[in-house]
Design a protein around this ligand. Structure first.
Ligand code: HEC
Ligand code: HEC
Ligand code: HEC
Ligand code: HEC
Ligand code: HEC
Length: 215
């Protein structure tokens, strides 16, 4: 009898089925991975709409964090700067750079730049930047050495155990208030005494009860 289909087609249904199963497994793994803490926590460094570099602006040009993150001493949120802040310099500096094209578009059309959020605590956690920065907890303790980052990356887990680790014994991390934005800070040899001194000065008692962070 003449064969209409070549013999390999007998295996076709099996092939289709296995590919379908493989496909489903891959999609499931993909979603599971991207929504899991492994992806969203330490090491998370998403691509931003503008190749803005902290390494250049802070590390090389020496800008202070508070020039852009103006909320950090006065409010719970540090805030990412509006386009105006960039244009203070970039109306003049590199005014034609293609890398700054999205900044100019945002400026001309009065639309915000959609920076991708990196550090994010769940809504049921209460966090306040000013409460930390104003008593001498440096940005670096929670964000790492940002002045060395071409692209910002999450360096600490921001988990409950991590927060509590410091709240139970903050003295090793405390520095004079005027040094909170200094990067690559090295504690002095007498840090134990300095830390205790700062704790006394501001009467520091970080919350360790549930209501302190879940209110
Ligand atoms: C010239 C303005 C500017 C200066 C100065 C600056 N930043 Fe930023 N920062 C930005 C912009 C814009 C973003 C959002 C884009 C990005 O993540 O790179 C950002 C993002 C961040 C983020 C991540 C925010 C998130 O979504 O979780 C951290 C943390 C941060 N900055 C810390 C610092 C620290 C610490 C300093 C000082 C050592 C500093 N920045 C100085 C402009 C600035
Ligand atoms: C205090 C002034 C100042 C501010 C404010 C500032 N920048 Fe810059 N920026 C500079 C300087 C200086 C350079 C380096 C120019 C050079 O390489 O000659 C630069 C370079 C850049 C570049 C690289 C351009 C290229 O073609 O290589 C980008 C992108 C950039 N800045 C983005 C931003 C963004 C986004 C903001 C706002 C969050 C910002 N800058 C705020 C001074 C500033
Ligand atoms: C005690 C730890 C801690 C310190 C100190 C700290 N941060 Fe944060 N930062 C966080 C946490 C936690 C988040 C996420 C907050 C949230 O989701 O509500 C965050 C978020 C941010 C963001 C994202 C936008 C926002 O406002 O939430 C920026 C920008 C930022 N920090 C900059 C800074 C700068 C600049 C400093 C130093 C002047 C600093 N942080 C000091 C823990 C810290
Ligand atoms: C490196 C040390 C350190 C880390 C990490 C840290 N904290 Fe704190 N926290 C402090 C200190 C110091 C204070 C100030 C306590 C005081 O003034 O009595 C404080 C105060 C607070 C307060 C009280 C604020 C207020 O207004 O009463 C809250 C809430 C808080 N922290 C939440 C958190 C959360 C949530 C995290 C983790 C995402 C965290 N902290 C991580 C050191 C730290
Ligand atoms: C210093 C701040 C702080 C204190 C004090 C604190 N928590 Fe939390 N808690 C957090 C943070 C931050 C998270 C979010 C962790 C994350 O994103 O992985 C969290 C998450 C949780 C979760 C969700 C856990 C999960 O795996 O999703 C529960 C439940 C919880 N806390 C209960 C408590 C209880 C009960 C207490 C009192 C014994 C307490 N917390 C005290 C900061 C705190």
């Amino acid at each position: 009898m003449a064969q209409i289909f070549p013999e390999w087609t007998n295996r076709l249904p099996v092939l289709v089925l296995t590919s379908a199963i493989l496909f489903i497994i891959l999609v499931t793994l993909g979603i599971w991975y991207y929504w899991s803490p492994w992806y969203t926590d330490v090491g998370y460094a998403p691509k931003q709409p503008v190749p803005y570099s902290h390494k250049l602006h802070v590390g090389e040009l020496g800008m202070d964090c508070r020039y852009c993150h103006i909320g950090v001493e006065v409010s719970p949120v540090a805030m990412v700067p509006p386009t105006q802040t960039c244009m203070n310099c970039h109306v003049m500096i590199k005014a034609d750079s293609p890398k700054l094209a999205p900044v100019r578009t945002s400026w001309d059309q009065k639309t915000p730049i959609f920076w991708v959020r990196i550090h994010k605590s769940p809504d049921y956690v209460y966090f306040d930047h000013s409460a930390h920065v104003n008593v001498g907890v440096g940005c670096e303790s929670c964000h790492g050495n940002v002045a060395a980052m071409e692209v910002v990356e999450q360096k600490k887990p921001l988990s409950m155990g991590w927060c509590l680790g410091c709240h139970r014994d903050p003295a090793p991390y405390l520095r004079p208030r005027d040094q909170v934005t200094v990067m690559d800070w090295q504690p002095p040899p007498n840090q134990a005494a300095v830390g205790k001194e700062i704790m006394k000065k501001y009467n520091i008692k970080p919350p360790v009860t549930c209501f302190g962070c879940h209110r």
